[in-house]
Design a protein around this ligand. Structure first.
Ligand SMILES: *Cc1c(COP(=O)(O)O)cnc(C)c1O
Length: 221
């Protein structure tokens, strides 16, 4: 038996959702969201062969993964402060939360300095929720064009977190439409409660935490 039945289950569900949508299972990457999880929860999933992990805080991610970094792809999926740009560029393979020019500028400077370029996603606030990070949909085209022109960034994908308590499908469709019209190849969308829906709408990566690891401890202040 696998070290992680929960991982087996999530991978099987991704595979059948992909198949049902006429997509290849290999089109969808599972990002295991290990934020705020005890290491005892994460270890079996790592042991079972999962290599892609998502974290939402730079500091917490560095504390957890620095000693275990080899062979792991790490994605920053939480909001980034410009004063953390140096660590984020140094430590992460992918940054999924680019959503304003100030961050883009800080990242561009670090990419230059460190000669190391994480893959970048633009976060879109599809529900236009005031408390949520991300560029609003009507600003997305201009923002993406600006990132390409001003900084020469290649934008790998778009990311969204739909509003809680609303059907996620329309948000996933909106994100897919913005990506398509801007020639952005990848879509990071879908979490524990809706990753199969996201696969149906074209997700190329799903970010799954609690379905793999169980409930999280409350965030540290
Ligand atoms: C915490 C988090 C997730 C995982 O959420 P679950 O519902 O536990 O799967 C996914 N994406 C982002 C951006 C998160 O912050």
């Amino acid at each position: 038996m696998s070290a992680s039945p929960a991982l087996d289950d999530v991978l099987a569900r991704i595979a059948s959702a992909a198949e049902a949508a006429g997509r290849a299972r290999t089109d969808v990457t599972l990002v295991a969201v290990s934020k705020q999880q005890a290491w005892e929860k994460v270890a079996p999933v790592l042991a079972a062969g999962q290599t892609v992990f998502g974290e939402n805080r730079v500091q917490e991610a560095m504390e957890r993964w620095t000693e275990r970094r080899a062979g792991i792809e790490l994605r920053l999926i939480g909001p980034l402060q410009s004063n953390k740009a140096r660590e984020a560029v140094a430590f992460f393979d992918v940054i999924e939360s680019v959503d304003r020019e100030k961050i883009a500028q800080a990242l561009a400077e670090e990419v230059q300095k460190q000669a190391k370029a994480p893959r970048l996603y633009v976060q879109v606030n599809t529900g236009e929720e005031p408390q949520k990070a991300g560029v609003i949909p009507s600003d997305a085209d201009g923002f993406i064009t600006g990132l390409r022109r001003t900084h020469g960034f290649e934008i790998e994908g778009l990311m969204c977190i739909p509003p809680v308590g609303e059907p996620a499908g329309p948000h996933f469709a909106l994100l897919a439409a913005i990506a398509a019209r801007n020639g952005v190849p990848k879509l990071s969308m879908g979490m524990s409660d809706d990753f199969e829906t996201a696969v149906r709408f074209g997700a190329t990566s799903v970010r799954v935490g609690s379905a793999l690891f169980g409930g999280r401890a409350p965030p540290q202040a």
